[in-house]
Design a protein around this ligand. Structure first.
Ligand SMILES: Cc1cc2nc3c(=O)[nH]c(=O)nc-3n(C[C@H](O)[C@H](O)[C@H](O)COP(=O)(O)OP(=O)(O)OC[C@H]3O[C@@H](n4cnc5c(N)ncnc54)[C@H](O)[C@@H]3O)c2cc1C
Length: 428
């Protein structure tokens, strides 16, 4: 095998990726216990969990390992899911909502365990905070903290008022923070590549440039590519927002939404530390949120903006810079070295959409921009179900999901209006 790195998006992540031996494309008919579509965190986590249990696994990736959201993400590790806990309470009841929350914390721990076990070099850093911009949001943070303490036994969260947060974060933009020492951030592409390396070491076969063009269900599920096919007694769809019409019934439940990140030039250790002294990751609680953190080489990685079309927004670099300067005006002299984006798979209620279709075709999607920790957990939960223990997946499968009307690119005016309403709410 020759040395090559992934050709992920032209991002700072791609520029700083740890090289992984190039993986071949599928050019034959192959069999395994389980076939997995997608070499993001969901697919690789599933593969690792299964291989650790003794299953043979083939992963088929249309592009390269980590090419999707996993290699482009903000990398922020956050408890919970894309929806609020009360949404889950309404959907599955208080007891199961509590289990889902506890499992999301397992997802956070799992990252640390995998980094240690497989020695993954991915700049793992502890500490995450949610930020309030407006007085209304300060109250929201307090209520949130109380709810998590009272109903979910999550005492670790710390409420920081403006004075306290200013000791750590050099911005006037926020009125309060909810700091979570158990959250954190990492280099998501290097984490994904590290998972791939771990999977390979466990005997998993990964084929790159092997887009699944057809799925044939049956006693053995067959994934067909242009030059071959792979079949398994079980199959897993972990294609996120990129399935492109392969399984319309699943794709109708999610909407691909573009989100964007920029990376500044290197700031140097001292200037970076002056901005975020404890190097935590931060995300505000607007619907169209800003999120940021420092990279291992002391850049500011700043994410935000959304788009509901296939095209990147016009003047992206300029508008990302404007957003960055709203939080850190002291970076006006700093160059932006990289700007990139990707799609998140938003479900209508922003709750996770994981489950089984038919007898042996499993899927996990609907991470709703909240997938760094939840994807790892999804892989474990699906592997457990394949191994015969479906109690956890059954609870996720009880979460009801509705189809998005009007096709996945949000052509219906009603939905554009719904999103606009959320954006207007951010301005209150
Ligand atoms: C810009 C951005 C910022 C984000 N920031 C955060 C954050 O800070 N914190 C957080 O928790 N979450 C964040 N997210 C979300 C998080 O990154 C995702 O939820 C997560 O990475 C999804 O992982 P995945 O493995 O399910 O999908 P992906 O990583 O997208 O992997 C799916 C893979 O499937 C492949 N595929 C698709 N169709 C086929 C096919 N037909 N045949 C073969 N292969 C196929 C794709 O090529 C892709 O590589 C962000 C996402 C983006 C895009």
């Amino acid at each position: 095998m020759t040395a090559a790195v992934t050709q992920a998006a032209p991002s700072w992540y791609a520029a700083s990726a740890n090289a992984l031996p190039a993986q071949p494309s599928l050019r034959a008919s192959e069999r395994a216990d389980v076939v997995v579509l997608g070499a993001g965190i969901t697919g690789l986590s599933t593969a690792i969990e299964l291989a650790e249990r003794g299953y043979s696994v083939i992963v088929l990736e249309a592009e390269t390992i980590g090419w999707g959201a996993s290699g482009r993400s903000g990398g922020q590790m956050i408890f919970g899911y894309g929806c609020e806990q009360h949404t889950l309470r309404n959907l599955v009841g208080a007891d199961d909502a509590r289990k889902l929350f506890d499992w999301s914390r397992e997802g956070l721990r799992l990252i640390g365990e995998r980094v240690a076990k497989y020695r993954i070099d991915c700049d793992l850093q502890a500490g995450h905070a949610h930020a309030a911009i407006k007085p209304r949001q300060v109250e929201e943070l307090k209520l949130w903290q109380a709810d998590l303490q009272d109903h979910y036994a999550y005492p670790d969260l710390q409420f920081w008022d403006r004075q306290r947060l200013r000791q750590t974060l050099a911005t006037e933009r926020y009125q309060a923070l909810l700091f979570d020492p158990a959250g954190g951030h990492l280099h998501p592409l290097n984490y994904t590549l590290g998972l791939a390396r771990a999977a390979l070491s466990l005997g998993v076969k990964i084929y790159q440039h092997s887009k699944v063009l057809a799925v044939q269900e049956g006693a053995r599920v067959v994934f067909r590519t242009a030059q071959g096919d792979a079949s398994g007694s079980f199959a897993v769809l972990a294609g996120n927002a990129w399935l492109g019409g392969l399984v319309p019934s699943l794709e109708a439940k999610i909407m691909p939404v573009g989100t964007y990140i920029c990376a500044t030039e290197c700031l140097g250790a001292e200037r970076a530390r002056a901005l975020i002294q404890n190097r935590m990751a931060v995300a505000d609680i607007n619907f169209v949120l800003d999120y940021f953190r420092l990279s291992g080489d002391h850049r500011m990685l700043f994410g935000g903006r959304v788009s509901y079309s296939r095209l990147p927004p016009p003047n992206l670099r300029h508008s990302m810079r404007q957003r960055l300067l709203k939080v850190f005006p002291q970076l006006a002299d700093v160059a932006i070295d990289y700007v990139w984006g990707g799609y998140v798979d938003i479900s209508m209620n922003r709750a996770p959409h994981w489950g089984r279709q038919g007898a042996n075709l499993y899927f996990a999607q609907g991470f709703s921009g909240h997938g760094i920790a939840a994807t790892g957990l999804a892989g474990r939960v699906i592997a457990e179900a394949i191994h015969g223990q479906s109690a956890r997946l059954d609870i996720y499968q009880r979460i009801r999901h509705r189809d998005f009307p009007g096709g996945k690119w949000l052509r219906t005016p009603a939905l554009v209006l719904a999103m606009l309403w959320y954006r207007l709410r951010d301005w209150r």
